[in-house]
Design a protein. Structure first.
Lengths: 323, 323
C-alpha cells in the first residue's frame, strides 16, 4: 500500500469521485451559493500529545485546521460539527468542558455555529473528527487546479514556526511560565494556529487568486499538490520564503530554518497564485495583508525548482504524511 | 461528569445551540429544500471488534448508521464523507480496500456520493467517523419533537436481532460456514444493518409521521428521547413489540427476548408516531411496509408505561450509553 495521497487518488479514480481532492468538497447550495465542507481527523499520539498541549488549545486547533481548509477555498465558514472520542478516565475530568471552551473561543470569532457531532468512549486515546462548512459565491470556490504557468506565487504570514514549536515540545519546552516569549510564539504557532479566513475571503471577493491551498502538510508538499492539480510546475526563491521571526532564536543555520519553512507543515498559512496581469490590482487592494511573493508557476509540469544564491535545485515534497 | 446525553444537553444550553439534539441537524439549503446532516464515530473495541466482523461489513455499517439518522428525518440521503484512522499494520493489508468496497456497496444502493473525508494513522486501534447528508422538503424534516398525546406509536421491521447477534459474537459464534441460518440472520442484523430509508421517505412524503427517531440506542432509550423532545409520555404493549423471528431459536424466555428488543439497541429500525386521525390513510397507503403498532403517546410527560398481561409498569431507558 502506498501513501494516503496515492490511496485517495486510487479510490477517487475507481469510484469516479469528482468532488475529492481539494481542501474542501464543493457542493451546490442554491442558485447563488455553493457549500464547501471538510473533515479532519486528529488522533492522540499521532497529531498531538496529551501532555504537550492544553484542552483549550486542542479544542481551538481542532476547529482551526478545518477552518483553514474552508479558508483555502475562499469561503466564509458558517457551521461545524465535532465528533470526539475519549477514554473514561478523561471523561471524568474537566477536560471536555475546557476542550469545548477552546473550540467555542475560535468559533465565536468567526461566527461559526456548532450544529452536530458525536460523543463516544475510546479504550485509551483521544480522537477528534472536526467537520467545518462554509459558503462561497456560485462557482467561485478557489480550487487547487486553477493556476497557470506565469502566475505569481504568494504565501500569507510566515513559515516554519509550527515545526519549530514542535521541536521545542520534543525537547521538553512547554507553554508555561518557564517559556521565553520567542518560545511561546513558536509554541502558539504549533498548538493554537490561526486560520487565514479574512485574507482568503478578501482575495476571493476581488477575484485575485487563481488557485489556493492551505499549508498543512508543508510548503513543498502543498505546492506539489497545487502543481499536480493545475498541471503546471513552479519555481520559488529561497531568499523570498518568509521565515518565522523567532526561528533565528533557536540558533540553527539558515538552511536548517529554510528546511523548517519548506517541509515543516502545520503553519496553516495559505499558498495562492495570482495572474501577473492583476499584480497592480493585487498590490493596491490587498496592501494591508502580510503576503510574500515567493516565486512563479512554470510550464515544467509537476516539477518544483528552488532557486538559492542563483543556483537551481529540484524541491521534492517532504512534508508530513501518515503512511 | 454525567452521561453523554446530559453533557450534550449542557453544551446545547450553554452555547444556545438550536440545531443539536435530533438524529440530524437541519440546515437551510435553498427556497424549497433543507439539508440534514449527521456524524457518527465508530471506535474499535467500543463499537466493534476487529475479529468479530469483516472489513466489508464494517464499511457497510459505518455508512448504515449515518444513513439511518438521515432516514429518521424523513430525508433522502445524497452525499457522505468518511474519515478513517488506522494503525500502520492494518494499512499494509487489504483491509482498507475491502472496507471501502463494503461502504460503496451500500452507497450505490441509495445513490450516495462520497465527497470527502480524511485518512490518518492511529497508534493501535481503528476509528471511523461517518458523515452523511440528505435532502428534505423545506420545513418538512421529521423531528423528535412533533409527537402529541394520543398519537399512535409504530416501529419498522423487528427488534432485538442486533442485540442477539451481539450475544452470539460474545459467545464465539462468527459469520462463517459453521454458523446456522438463524445465527447468520442475527449476526447480519448486528454486523450489516439496513437503514430504513424508503419507508421513512414514503412516510414523510405522505405527511404521516408526526415524530421519528431511529432505534440505535435501544427502544426504551430512543422512545425516551422522543418523549423528552415532544414533552409527552408513552404507553407501549409488550405483546405488540415485534420480536426478531430468530430470537426464539436462542432458547431464552419471552421476557429475556423482550428485554433484548426493548433495550438491546443497534437494530437501526425506525420509531415513529402517527396522528390517529390519519390511521386510515396510513393503513391504506403504506400497507406494503412491515410496520408494527406498539402503543400510544400519552400526556404523562416523560413517563413510559409498559403494559404486559394487562399489568402496567414503568419502563426505564436502559439502552446503550458510552458514559
Amino acid at each position: 500500500m502506498n501513501s494516503e495521497f496515492a490511496f485517495i487518488e486510487t479510490i477517487r479514480r475507481r469510484f469516479s469521485l469528482s468532488k475529492i481532492g481539494d481542501d474542501c468538497a464543493v457542493l451546490p447550495k442554491d442558485s447563488k451559493t455553493d457549500l464547501v465542507i471538510t473533515s479532519d481527523l486528529l488522533v492522540e499520539d499521532i497529531d498531538f500529545r496529551f501532555d504537550w498541549t492544553t484542552p483549550e488549545f486542542l479544542g481551538h486547533k481542532a476547529l482551526a485546521v478545518s477552518l483553514s481548509d474552508v479558508a483555502a477555498m475562499g469561503a466564509k465558514p458558517v457551521w461545524a460539527m465535532l465528533s470526539i472520542g475519549i477514554p473514561e478516565t478523561i471523561w471524568k475530568t474537566d477536560f471536555v468542558e475546557k476542550f469545548y471552551d477552546g473550540w467555542f473561543g475560535l468559533a465565536k470569532k468567526y461566527d461559526v455555529e456548532l450544529v452536530g457531532g458525536d460523543v463516544s468512549k475510546t479504550p485509551d486515546k483521544i480522537v477528534i473528527d472536526s467537520i467545518a462548512a462554509g459558503l462561497v459565491r456560485k462557482n467561485k470556490a478557489v480550487l487547487r487546479s486553477g493556476a497557470k504557468a506565469g502566475d505569481l506565487i504568494f504565501v500569507t504570514g510566515s513559515l516554519g514556526g509550527a515545526a519549530a514549536g514542535l521541536t521545542l515540545l520534543e525537547n521538553g519546552v512547554r507553554y508555561d511560565a518557564a517559556a521565553n516569549t520567542w518560545q511561546r510564539n513558536l509554541l502558539l504557532k504549533q498548538l493554537s494556529p490561526l486560520p487565514q479566513i479574512h485574507a482568503a475571503q478578501d482575495l476571493n471577493e476581488k477575484n485575485l487568486a487563481t488557485a489556493m491551498v492551505d499549508i498543512s502538510d508543508g510548503l513543498s508538499s502543498d505546492l506539489a499538490h497545487l502543481c499536480h492539480a493545475s498541471k503546471v510546475g513552479a519555481e520559488i526563491f529561497a531568499e523570498k520564503i518568509p521565515l518565522h521571526k523567532n526561528l533565528r532564536a533557536i540558533g540553527k543555520s539558515f538552511d536548517e530554518n529554510l528546511d523548517c519553512a519548506l517541509n515543516g507543515g502545520e503553519d496553516f498559512e495559505l499558498l495562492f497564485t495570482v495572474n501577473p496581469k492583476k499584480k497592480f490590482q493585487f498590490e493596491n487592494e490587498l496592501k494591508n495583508y502580510n503576503f510574500s511573493h515567493i516565486g512563479e508557476m512554470t510550464a515544467n509540469v509537476e516539477t518544483i525548482e528552488l532557486i538559492s544564491d542563483k543556483k537551481s535545485s529540484i524541491l521534492e515534497p517532504k512534508g508530513f504524511r501518515h503512511f
